[in-house]
Design a protein around this ligand. Structure first.
Ligand SMILES: Nc1ncnc2c1ncn2[C@@H]1O[C@H](COP(=O)(O)OP(=O)(O)OP(=O)(O)O)[C@@H](O)[C@H]1O
Ligand SMILES: [Mg+2]
Length: 234
């Protein structure tokens, strides 16, 4: 059996204080296995992005525990967490988070720059990632001048450039038309199948969720059900 890359044990997260406190996650447990694809599905406001941010160590839970390859995230130093986020995790979010006036290549190599990789290797790896996404001809273009689908592919190239173990995708096709969304989906699933990258996808899209090995349904901050490939509920 594959080992767990990430485990959430009874995690809780609240926003605000006092009478304006909102409990976004009310004790959620989830094991993510190496190499699997899992969809986190639920209505708007159900806590999907909150759960993903906690799993990606972008935010801390108020209660419960996150284990990264068996280690309690609380025991990791800030340096180790930064290394994980920068080198083991790739992020594909709906809002792109590209630097608009920087070139496509500069956007893609940013994680390598942060990791201290020198310019020559950085650019070679950045171009290799752009080639994979069929965007090499746009390397010198400003990110702002790309179409939505091209931007999303740049975001995937950036997420890939460090050979991550896990890709976190929050509504990766939410801003795209159906055809472009399908291309982006195919790229993500090819990375999962061919490179064994673990895929964690937050989505409203039932068809996208159906392509994943498992679906984790969340409602009002609690798990509803999980279904596996055969549609079996656990
Ligand atoms: N920074 C914040 N301050 C206060 N409340 C927040 C904050 N972030 C999220 N929330 C609340 O927590 C709940 C869960 O938010 P979250 O972003 O995880 O939902 P979601 O399932 O990703 O929704 P969507 O599908 O609309 O993206 C929502 O009710 C939201 O209003
Ligand atoms: Mg969200």
């Amino acid at each position: 059996m594959n080992s767990a890359v990430l485990v959430a044990n009874e995690i809780r997260k609240s926003y605000g204080h006092g009478s304006s406190r909102f409990d976004a996650l009310k004790g959620v447990s989830l094991r993510i296995l190496e190499g699997e694809s899992i969809a986190i599905v639920g209505k708007s406001g159900s806590g999907k992005s909150t759960l993903m941010h906690l799993l990606a160590l972008l935010d801390d839970p108020d209660g419960g525990q996150i284990l990264v390859e068996g280690s309690d995230a609380k025991t990791l130093s800030a340096r180790e967490i930064n290394r994980l986020r920068n080198q083991d995790f790739g992020f594909v979010f709906q809002q792109f988070f590209l630097t608009p006036n920087a070139t496509v290549l500069d956007n893609v190599v940013l994680p390598l720059k942060i990791a201290g990789v020198g310019p020559k290797e950085r650019n070679a790896r950045g171009m290799a990632a752009l080639e994979q996404l069929e965007l090499a001809d746009k390397a010198k273009s400003k990110a702002i001048n790309l179409s939505g689908g091209q931007k999303q592919r740049v975001v995937i190239a950036r997420a890939l450039v460090n050979n991550p173990k896990v890709i976190f995708a929050d509504e990766p096709t939410g801003n795209l038309d159906t055809a472009t969304g399908a291309v982006v989906e195919d790229i993500l699933f090819a990375l999962n199948k061919e490179k064994g990258i673990t895929l964690i996808i937050v989505t409203h899209d039932i068809e996208l969720a159906a392509r994943c090995d498992r679906r984790f349904f969340i409602r009002d901050g609690v798990e509803e059900t999980t279904t596996n490939v055969e549609g079996v509920t656990s």
